[in-house]
Design a protein around this ligand. Structure first.
Ligand SMILES: [Zn+2]
Length: 334
């Protein structure tokens, strides 16, 4: 053999792409006739085996790197958890030595659990970090509240717990709901499920607070009526925005009108259900008395009337624009 195999292997890519000089081409061809090894390499190059091997190798390297990073973050997470154990152990010893009982130790333990769920969990979990942090932090917060409540011999646990869950739900339930609703059927109704979950906890909070303060029938009637009235509007918002088939302008117009009506008629609706039992029943939407400023009830009623009028005006314009755009689009489609 005239030429070294390595020289030929260096030339092979240029030869395959047909961009080498005729001299190099002759050298490669002459060598390939004599050398079985290089012939094999050349064949592999032309049928794409080398490229496939490279892709496999690349993926392997990437996967290795990912695992490496994960291992590092897990190590950091475990180390942090270890550091958090120090105050727990110190408190355990102190509590036993001084109090001869484990009482306030559990407060420290659950407090550290809460810290850990906020700091350690993001390092250890690989996927859906936010959801796991929210779930574990909520769980340990409830444990902490329960421990404090038992330690102080309080009876406020359910009030605090339902309030915390409702507050956390308002912000994070969209993420948690989409985490749990991955099935085809549930996937399309995430908005409704989120709002239903939040509503459920609002009512639980109302009930728990009512029981805690020993609210009489007036508490139940007012809290339930006012809340339900407001929540029906929220539900209408979700249903119209999510399932309405009309364009955005029409939806916006309808929602503006609905909101105006809901605000403007709120006192009248409340009077209808609970008015006779409350001392100050406000006057209904009433223009017969004119725009009096001295009489607060009449003034209020007129303000509400204007809210309704303005919202119908603005909502009407938005809906009109939407219907116009809809017609234009249909014409274009034809
Ligand atoms: Zn060779």
């Amino acid at each position: 053999m005239k030429y070294d195999c390595n020289v030929v292997k260096d030339l092979l890519p240029l030869y395959q792409d047909n961009i080498c000089s005729s001299t190099s081409k002759d050298i490669v061809e002459e060598h390939l006739r004599e050398c079985a090894d290089c012939k094999k390499v050349a064949e592999q190059m032309s049928d794409g085996t080398v490229e496939k091997t490279l892709t496999v190798e690349k993926n392997h390297v990437l996967e290795k790197h990912r695992k490496n990073v994960n291992r590092k973050t897990t190590t950091i997470g475990i180390a942090t958890a270890g550091i958090l154990m120090i105050p727990v152990i110190v408190c355990l010893i102190c509590n036993i030595a001084i109090g001869h009982a484990l009482d306030w130790f559990f407060i420290v333990l659950t407090a550290m659990l809460l810290v850990a769920s906020l700091i350690v969990v993001p390092f250890i979990v690989e996927k859906d970090r936010l959801v796991w942090v929210v779930l574990s932090a909520t769980g340990s917060l409830l444990l902490l509240l329960l421990t404090c409540c038992i330690y102080t011999r309080g009876d406020w646990f359910f009030v605090a717990a339902s309030g915390c869950i409702f507050g956390i739900s308002c912000i994070f339930s969209p993420f948690v709901v989409s985490f749990f609703c991955r099935g085809e059927k549930l996937k399309n109704h995430k908005a409704v499920l989120t709002i239903l979950w939040d509503i459920l906890w609002l009512y639980i909070l109302l009930v728990v607070c009512g029981i805690f303060v020993g609210g009489g029938s007036l508490y139940w009637e007012i809290s339930m009526t006012v809340t339900t009235y407001a929540i029906i509007l929220v539900c209408l918002f979700v249903v119209i925005i999510r399932y309405g088939r009309k364009n955005g302008w029409i939806k916006a117009g309808v929602l503006v009108i609905l909101t105006g009506l809901w605000i403007g008629l709120s006192n009248d609706v409340m009077n209808l259900f609970i008015g006779p039992k409350t001392a100050s029943s406000l006057k209904y939407v009433d223009l017969s008395k004119g725009f009096q400023i001295e009489n607060q009830a009449v003034f209020n009623a007129n303000i509400y009337f204007m809210v309704i009028a303005v919202s119908i005006f603005v909502g009407g314009i938005l809906t009109g624009i939407g219907i116009g755009k809809d017609k234009k689009e249909r014409k274009l489609q034809q």
